[in-house]
Design a protein around this ligand. Structure first.
Ligand SMILES: [Zn+2]
Length: 222
C-alpha cells in the first residue's frame, strides 16, 4: 500500500464495505457496547500541519471522523497559525475530535519546569479554541524522557488539574484493539500489521497515522 491520500481513502472504503464501524476515540468512549468490527482513527500531528487537512478530508468525504492530536509546547510548528486553526476548526465543526499531542515531561525537564503545570498550560491553551477531552503522548527520538509512564502514574492528579478525560494509550482503550501505525522501519512502512491485512481478518483495530508521511502524488511535496 502506498502512503497516498487515495490509498488511505481506499483502505477506509474497504473497511466500511466490510462492515466496520469507524470511530474517533471520543465516540468510541461514548459507546456502552463496542460493535463487533471497529476501526478507531487517530492522527498525531508531529510536523507539517498543513498536510493534515487533505488526509482528514478523505474521511470527511466518506462521512467518518477521527481524533486529531496537536502539539503545543516544543512543537516545530505554531499550533495557532491561521492556517492550522482554520483547518482544525472546520474539522471540529464537522464533528472531528481535536486533542493534545504532548511530550510535556521532556519539555518540563529541559526547561526546568513542573511537568503537570506544563501539561495543564498546554490543555488550557488548546481548550481556548477546541473542545479538548483527550491527549496522546509524543516522543521525539527515543524513550529517554518518556511522558507516558509519568502520565499514567500521575493520571489522578493530572485529570484533576487539566480536566482531561482520557489518555489515548490507556489500557482500557488500547488493549481492546490491534494497534496499527506507520513509520520509518528503516523505510516508511506499516510497523507491525497492514490495515488491509487486518480488515481481511475482520479484527478490530486502532489506527494511528501521521499526516507528514502521506501525500497526493509526490511524498516530498505534501
Ligand atoms: Zn508524535
Amino acid at each position: 500500500m502506498n502512503f497516498t491520500y487515495k490509498a488511505y481513502s481506499e483502505m477506509l472504503k474497504t473497511a466500511l464495505d466490510s462492515g466496520y464501524t469507524v470511530l474517533c476515540i471520543r465516540d468510541l468512549l461514548k459507546k456502552s457496547a463496542i460493535p463487533p468490527k471497529v476501526l478507531v482513527l487517530r492522527h498525531d500531528i508531529d510536523r507539517n500541519p498543513h498536510s493534515m487537512y487533505p488526509l482528514a478530508e478523505t474521511e470527511l468525504k466518506l462521512g467518518i471522523k477521527s481524533s486529531i492530536f496537536v502539539r503545543v509546547m516544543g512543537a516545530d510548528y505554531n499550533p495557532f497559525s491561521y492556517r492550522i486553526t482554520t483547518d482544525l476548526l472546520e474539522l471540529e465543526n464537522n464533528d472531528f475530535e481535536i486533542g493534545l499531542h504532548s511530550n510535556f515531561l521532556e519539555f518540563a525537564t529541559n526547561t526546568n519546569q513542573n511537568p503537570i503545570s506544563i501539561l495543564t498550560a498546554e490543555v488550557k491553551a488548546l481548550s481556548s479554541i477546541y473542545k479538548i477531552k483527550g491527549m496522546s503522548c509524543h516522543r521525539d527520538i527515543n524513550y529517554v524522557i518518556n511522558s507516558l509512564p509519568y502520565l499514567q502514574k500521575n493520571w489522578g492528579i493530572i485529570k484533576q488539574s487539566t480536566g482531561l478525560e482520557y489518555d489515548a494509550y490507556d489500557n482500557t482503550i488500547f488493549n481492546k484493539f490491534i494497534y496499527v501505525n506507520e513509520g520509518l522501519n528503516p523505510h516508511l512502512s506499516w510497523r507491525n500489521n497492514s490495515p488491509l491485512d487486518i480488515i481481511k481478518q475482520g479484527k478490530s483495530f486502532y489506527l494511528l497515522t501521521h499526516n507528514h508521511w502521506w501525500y497526493e502524488k509526490i511524498p516530498f511535496l505534501s
